[in-house]
Design a protein around this ligand. Structure first.
Ligand SMILES: O=C[C@H](O)COP(=O)(O)O
Length: 236
């Protein structure tokens, strides 16, 4: 079963998503970038206000690949009580040092690496993530005005990514300006989760407020596709 991840930027949004029974609440500040971080104190306060069984992730921000910055940011986010810390692997810089710096927290904190589909990432990093103790890997997009995940990666290449990650026992996620129309095509790939922000917001604007009707529409689509195939998925 593929789960649904919804990115939120404050406690009110987190409580709304929790009430709608979405599988993973992802704490981030979209106004600060693709993986813009919320302040650590705000993340800790949101985690404390949610039900103990609510699954929560948080991003460390759009950081350059510098081991000192990545290590410090993971340390801060790991102390908040989130279930997963998401670390963007942005182009350039010291990937292996940054992966190792994050990996030092892998015993105590589940780490998810984020590769950027619009940067055409080299999937050969996937085994290195597993060796460093990461719990999962996902694809997202850096440039939120440049099209969705499926504009950047073919279904065949997404399948290759997912199967490589599974070979290494990593959780898998797909995101990147996903639209309602992307969901029926992506669910059969059976990633562990699909992630959304823009598609859940008014006017598909990821820095605008959440729109409960859009959240419901996407959530309903998951159920339709999961139960025996997508025979009535609405407009694609
Ligand atoms: O982790 C998922 C992201 O927040 C997706 O954001 P987006 O749908 O605006 O690209």
């Amino acid at each position: 079963m593929t789960g649904m991840l919804a990115s939120v930027d404050c406690l009110d949004e987190a409580l709304l998503i929790e009430a709608l029974d979405v599988d993973i609440i992802d704490l981030k500040q979209p106004a600060r970038g693709a993986l813009g971080a919320l302040d650590v104190a705000d993340v800790a306060a949101i985690v404390a206000a949610l039900r103990p069984d609510t699954v929560v992730s948080a991003t460390i921000g759009d950081l350059p690949m510098r081991p000192d910055l990545v290590g410090a940011a993971v340390a801060g986010m790991a102390a908040t009580g989130v279930d997963y810390v998401k670390i963007g692997l942005f182009p350039g810089g010291d990937w292996s040092g940054s992966i190792a710096a994050a990996g030092r927290f892998a015993d105590k904190q589940s780490l998810i690496a984020v590769l950027f589909a619009d940067a055409q990432p080299d999937f050969s990093v996937v085994p290195l993530l597993a060796q460093a103790g990461f719990r999962g890997v996902m694809l997202d997009t850096m440039d939120k005005s440049g099209g969705s995940l499926t504009d950047w990666q073919s279904l065949e290449r997404l399948e290759r990514f997912l199967s490589l990650a599974r070979e290494h026992a990593l959780l898998t996620g797909l995101a990147g300006s996903l639209r309602l129309a992307d969901v029926p095509g992506l669910l059969p790939l059976a990633a562990d989760y699909l992630g959304f922000r823009g598609a859940l917001c008014r006017q598909h604007n990821r820095v605008a407020a959440l729109d409960p009707a859009r959240i419901d529409a996407i959530r309903a689509l998951f159920s339709k596709v999961e139960v025996g195939g997508c025979v009535d998925c609405g407009p694609a």
